[in-house]
Design a protein. Structure first.
Length: 331
């Protein structure tokens, strides 16, 4: 018989899309009637309730909350990124951490293809002209040549679930895919032509039409794309970031875009979110800005809860959990 456990669901945000719907919390209560599910909708509520919890299903457990957690054994993140939780006390603890990597891989891959096409086909310029009912054919065609994915060189930095799905999507459209990943000893995927370790990033950057950042945020990847790396890119290359904003030196990127040292950027994540209204990035016609939405789809929360529910069944039965995070490595 399964022991009754107290589980804290604390997935809340000032932005509505990042709050778990109450219906999904009720779904968990129905699936696991033996367990007690607490539902925190603010940091204050989470701090008050976490001392009772053995399990935390939370976007982020802050240091003060973790210090108050007397019985915590396992944390499951509804996202792939967990960098904000890897403070020393957490890393050095016996608390097991799992994440939701893989849930949004295909969704984000489609987003990456969409924004690549938007920049290759100068759609932001066409859309802006549309708001003025302007037939902008000459304006669009006088920009750098319209481009195709077929035959382009795509460099994917990070070959986790998102990077793998993105590589497959570009390969299916006729692109040549190369990749950077830490685990170079793993077999090379059949859709990747060349693969290198992090130390080969500078070597692979100059050949890429598109550079896609899909690596986790760790101590090693923070500031991964700085002035030196941006200067190594081609002047018509596009940088796409669907990982974490802190992988990119935003000031260096803004300067590179403004001075034509790279061709464009599609950014779904930023150093500080929301992106401040005074950021020069907003006004650049070679930049596509999306408000951290690349991973969302209609059944997003159902998929996230399904993964957590499977892991809870495994936890209850003493089986190995899915998506265990190496807290020292950061993913």
């Amino acid at each position: 018989m399964t022991s009754a456990r107290t589980i804290l669901v604390g997935i809340y945000s000032p932005f509505a899309a990042w709050n778990i719907p109450a219906a999904n919390v009720e779904q968990l209560r129905t699936l696991f009637p033996a367990h007690a599910f607490l539902h925190a909708t603010s940091e204050r509520e989470a701090l008050e309730q976490i001392p009772r919890a053995e399990i935390a299903f939370m976007s982020e457990v802050r240091p003060d909350q973790f210090a108050a957690a007397r019985s915590l054994a396992w944390i499951h993140s509804p996202a792939a990124g967990i960098g904000g939780m890897l403070f020393p006390a957490m890393v050095n603890s016996n608390v097991v951490m799992t994440n939701s990597r893989g849930v949004s891989g295909v969704t984000i891959a489609e987003h990456v293809v969409a924004v690549t096409l938007a920049l290759f086909r100068h759609l932001p310029v066409a859309f802006e002209a549309q708001t003025r009912r302007e037939w902008a054919q000459d304006r669009v065609l006088n920009l750098p040549s319209l481009r195709m994915i077929r035959g382009s060189c795509i460099l994917i930095v990070g070959l986790g679930a998102i990077g793998m799905a993105t590589g497959r999507a570009f390969h299916a459209l006729g692109a040549k895919v190369s990749a950077i990943r830490r685990a170079t000893s793993l077999p090379k995927p059949d859709f990747v032509e060349a693969i290198g370790g992090p130390e080969q990033l500078m070597e692979l950057l100059p050949a890429a039409d598109v550079v896609v950042l899909a690596a986790p945020q760790t101590h090693e990847t923070r500031g991964l794309m700085g002035r030196r790396e941006l200067d190594a890119m081609r002047s018509d290359a596009i940088l796409i970031n669907v990982s974490r904003g802190k992988l990119v030196d935003e000031a260096a990127l803004t300067d590179a875009l403004a001075n034509g040292r790279i061709g464009g950027a599609a950014l779904d994540v930023f150093e500080h979110e929301p992106l401040p209204p005074d950021s020069p990035l907003w006004a650049m016609e070679n930049v596509v800005i999306t408000p951290h939405i690349a991973g969302f789809r209609p059944n997003h929360w159902d998929a996230v809860v399904e993964l957590f529910a499977e892991n809870l069944r495994r936890f209850d039965s003493g089986r190995e959990l899915l998506n265990i995070v190496n807290k020292r490595e950061g993913y």
